[in-house]
Design a protein around this ligand. Structure first.
Ligand code: ADP
Ligand code: MG
Ligand code: MG
Length: 473
């Protein structure tokens, strides 16, 4: 049995434990809106179901865990430095913008800010860097870096609590120790960073505005942050959709952002990362208005762009990290980069067409369910190449990572399924800078997501994965 293998458990015992665990979720707010209830995405407190979870934490070697944690402050710095280089962002994305309207709209806002020399004194990043352990090379490889709407800081912390509690109850029969599940304070640490940004902004009457989708089943993850902001910091959070911001918002001549008559200190985006979030010009004009204001944006347009897959691929090219990081940091970061290619490379296209199972084709999208694998990947490449033009510039190609599969019990909608599963580790990072003063640069807890190994994609909200925590080995 390998180190990554959780202890065997018979299905009856697992079923009993799953019922206890689902009850724990309901009692502790580890919940999401239930698809079966139409109102669950718009009316809080209606149609709740436990968040999908893994019954026991995924086993994970401590050395890789430490490596991932150490990378968090370095990636925080990297995002900040790259964001300062507006020309780098514009140039790196110049071909993508020709063929991807969404990226083009983001770049347009960014260009406008460059033109007016927009200063962002207070810079807040709440990121999540995602990794998988590649079994072929036995290395920790980055999947992507999320700089906008990194989800599950609220619920992720609770999954660690759930697992510790289950291990306390059942651990002796399973030979597990609850102390091997690392503490996970993502929820309070993200709130703390938002509160600090609010405090640097320094207007007591101002609020934090969370930008949300009109329909959001993951609202309780977001409400956890608002709760901490209120309880621990006395700060009010208002929730607005992009279209509400357009209707109710204005920027005063001194840069103050007013929404519904309230001054906004920090705009925290939990929407705005996908084309669907901008069904009309109203949403784009809201995004531009907020960017033009003096409110702290989490993320600013430049932080958002740094998190695109195209920039990930550009940073992996030789001699690019050198522009932004010190040499000891470069080594750490490069070590976790998987193979990444732009599609102007004939040789790599040919290789991917021959062996599509070794690659992932990624468009400039977020939120899961957008990548192309296997035979679809081959077909897409062949078709786009035939069509000619710049269509290929909408995508990047990535080395496929193969994590080792282990048996797991995944619980969704009160039903416990056993299966071979693989996990993806996300490490949260918070960064706050006011002019030259770095106020926060830290790792803030983690999120493990586990999915059956036969599924290519990984999003929890998208329905592929379940929430998990980790068990250090
Ligand atoms: P998104 O921004 O939509 O989350 P990701 O790059 O994280 O995009 O890809 C979505 C999912 O696809 C990941 O959670 C992971 O499960 C899978 N995936 C992405 N890149 C790779 C890769 N290189 N190898 C294996 N699986 C991958
Ligand atoms: Mg993403
Ligand atoms: Mg992802």
């Amino acid at each position: 049995m390998s180190a990554a293998m959780p202890p065997a458990m018979d299905p009856a015992a697992a079923g009993e434990m799953a019922r206890e665990a689902a009850a724990w979720c309901s009692l502790h707010g580890l919940v999401v809106g239930d698809r079966a209830d139409q109102r669950s995405a718009t009316v809080p407190g209606v149609g709740l179901v436990h968040a999908p979870f893994s019954l026991l934490p995924a086993h994970f070697p401590e050395s890789f865990w430490r490596q991932a944690c150490e990378l968090a402050p370095v990636f925080n710095e990297l995002v900040d430095r790259v964001s300062m280089d507006g020309n780098f962002l514009q140039n790196a994305l110049s071909k993508t913008r020709q063929v991807d309207d969404f990226t083009s709209r983001l770049l347009e806002i960014h260009r406008k800010m460059m033109e007016i020399n927009k200063e962002e004194n207070i810079r807040l990043g709440l990121h999540r860097s995602d990794y998988m352990l590649d079994s072929e090379t036995s290395s920790l490889l980055q999947i992507e870096l999320n700089t906008i709407s990194a989800s599950f800081p609220g619920l992720g912390s609770l999954v660690s609590d759930l697992h510790r509690s289950l291990i306390k109850q059942y651990g002796t029969s399973l030979s597990l120790e609850h102390k091997r599940v690392p503490a996970n304070a993502a929820s309070t640490q993200f709130s703390e960073a938002l509160a600090q940004a609010w405090s640097e902004f320094n207007i007591d009457s101002a609020v934090i505005m969370m930008i949300v989708q009109p329909e959001e089943r993951n609202m309780y993850d977001q409400y956890w942050l608002s709760k901490h902001l209120q309880d621990s910091h006395g700060i009010t959070t208002i929730r607005k959709t992009l279209s509400q911001v357009e209707a109710e918002g204005q920027v005063l001549p001194d840069g103050t952002l007013l929404v519904g008559g309230q001054k906004v200190a920090v705009v925290y985006f939990r929407a705005g990362y996908a084309p669907n979030d901008y069904p009309s010009e109203a949403e784009w004009s809201a995004r531009l208005m907020m960017e033009q204001s003096s409110a702290v944006k989490c993320p600013s347009i430049s932080y958002h762009l740094v998190g695109t897959k195209k920039i990930q691929q550009e940073l992996a090219k030789p001699n690019v990290l050198e522009r932004f990081l010190k040499s000891e940091e470069i080594d750490k970061v490069r070590k976790c980069f998987a193979g990444l290619w732009s599609l102007d490379d004939e040789y790599i296209i040919k290789t991917a067409v021959e062996k599509p199972e070794l690659f992932v084709l990624k468009p400039q999208r977020e939120g899961g369910g957008n990548n192309i694998y296997g035979l679809d990947l081959r077909e897409t490449l062949v078709r786009l190449q035939k069509e000619g033009g710049d269509a290929l510039a909408a995508y990047i190609l990535m080395q496929r990572i193969f994590p080792k599969a282990s048996p797991a019990y995944l619980v969704r909608g009160g039903v416990c399924h056993e299966g071979l599963a693989i996990s993806e580790l996300g490490i949260y990072g918070a960064y706050l800078r006011n002019k030259d003063k770095v106020v926060i640069n830290e790792q803030c807890g983690y999120l493990m997501r586990t999915k059956v190994s036969s599924s290519d994609e990984g999003g929890v909200a998208a329905g592929f994965a379940v929430l998990d925590s980790l068990y250090l080995t």
